[in-house]
Design a protein around this ligand. Structure first.
Ligand SMILES: [Zn+2]
Length: 416
């Protein structure tokens, strides 16, 4: 379906509002706001209020706050309320039919596994609150002992409204199979000598809720019934490493609600158990949107990773990958403190080299969480090479620190 531009949509919204006499009857209780902040300490103070920061600029952040959070914010910070969000401002999911809802995703993964039983196996690693299977596809030649091979894991869809983060790992799985069948030497090599795990959606309940009723809801969390009228735990604040030590909320209605305890949620427990069972995994990438960033631990602390080699591996890989996708590479807490995320746990607990990508677009004005289906291919094309780079280097992540490692150009090999 032909998409209309953001400006066109905004004009339609304005026109609709004029006709309706500025009735905000259909306004959900969320506001797009801008708050002055010039450094990570100020940004952390803002994050600690429990709102979500979605974009970090030099002298401000932008994010989403509920009405109840606005007064508190205004008393402490310089807040500019850009506008209340209306459901009309968001696209209709029918305009975005290229995106996969849960059933379509399940069908796509099942088809991939059924048609390629020699290299793809699919299974459920657990169920969500509402009973949806959390699916993994594992790619590798069946003849090999996969668990003895270098392992790498990709996942998406922790946050409900971040729909492109589901498409990227799905397309990665499809790409690997397609190129293997086509005889692409590099990919054949990966499928033969790597153990590749792909979990496109960690939070299926949230994603289904976000598109239910034909309109996006700007939903972030899972769908746990908190028992007080509110729903949802922020799965990317629920992992059990330095959980609850900053940048997450104990308020159940907050978008960054950390849950009652570490791994209180079936979705985060499924990831915990699956990763823990596969100790050959050396690299993890968790896709999110948006902002165009490559983030690595720590998120819970301003300190860099204590093991200097591990720090340099993250930094080197992040900068290398940024040369392909043009994202900004940095330590997660350089933005603001956020504890209980996937990558602090996977590195802190298991020593896995771990990244979070905040995929396209760059900002809210380019579509934010809902940039339209045309963005899917753009995101994939920018991010396929970083994914292949991680698959390749899962054999020996620390090898990137070797001066002779730079085989992709840009930095000429040093003479030994
Ligand atoms: Zn996210």
């Amino acid at each position: 379906m032909k998409r209309i531009s953001w400006i066109q949509r905004s004009l339609i919204v304005l026109f609709t509002l004029l006709l309706s006499g500025f009735s905000w009857a259909s306004t959900p209780d969320i506001h797009w706001i801008k708050i002055s902040a010039t450094d990570k300490v100020q940004r952390t103070a803002i994050a600690n209020t429990g709102i979500t920061i979605e974009y970090v600029g030099e002298d401000h952040v932008t994010g989403i706050a509920k009405s109840a959070e606005l007064e508190q914010l205004k008393s402490r910070f310089n807040v500019e309320v850009n506008f209340p969000m209306t459901v009309e401002m968001m696209d209709y999911p029918s305009d975005d039919s290229k995106f996969h809802n849960y059933d379509e995703l399940t069908t796509a993964l099942t088809t991939l596994a059924n048609e390629n039983p020699d290299i793809v196996r699919m299974k459920s690693i657990g169920q969500s609150h509402e009973g949806r299977d959390i699916l993994v596809v594992r790619i590798g030649e069946e003849s090999s002992d996969q668990s003895a091979l270098p392992g790498v894991i990709f996942m998406g869809g922790h946050h409900a409204r971040e729909h492109i983060s589901v498409e990227m790992p799905l397309m990665l799985a499809q790409y690997l199979v397609r190129e293997y069948r086509a005889g692409n030497d590099r990919i054949v090599n990966f499928v033969r000598h790597r153990d590749i795990h792909i979990i496109p959606i960690v939070n299926p309940d949230g994603a289904e809720h976000d598109i239910s009723g034909g309109r996006y809801k700007m939903w972030r969390k899972n769908r746990k019934n908190n028992g007080d009228g509110s729903f949802g735990v922020d799965l990317n604040r629920n992992y059990g490493y330095e959980w609850g030590t900053g940048g997450s909320s104990t308020n159940k209605s907050s978008d960054t609600y950390m849950g009652e305890e570490p791994f209180s949620e079936p979705e985060s427990r499924a990831i915990r158990d699956y990763v823990s069972e596969h100790d050959n995994i050396t690299i993890l990438l968790s896709y999110h949107t948006f902002s165009e960033l490559i983030l690595y631990p720590w998120g819970h602390s301003y300190d860099p990773i204590g093991d200097n080699s591990a720090y340099r591996v993250h930094d080197t890989m992040a900068r290398r990958m940024a040369q392909w996708n043009r994202y900004t590479p940095q330590q997660s807490s350089d933005l603001y403190i956020a504890s209980g995320d996937t990558t602090d746990w996977s590195f802190g607990r298991h020593g896995i080299i771990s990244f979070t990508f905040e995929l396209d677009p760059k900002n809210f004005w380019q579509g934010g969480f809902y940039p339209g289906e045309d963005k899917i291919d753009v995101v994939f094309n920018k991010n396929i090479e970083p994914a292949l780079y991680l698959i390749e280097n899962s054999e020996n992540p620390y090898g990137v620190l070797q001066p002779t490692h730079m085989k992709f150009g840009l930095q000429s090999p040093l003479i030994q």
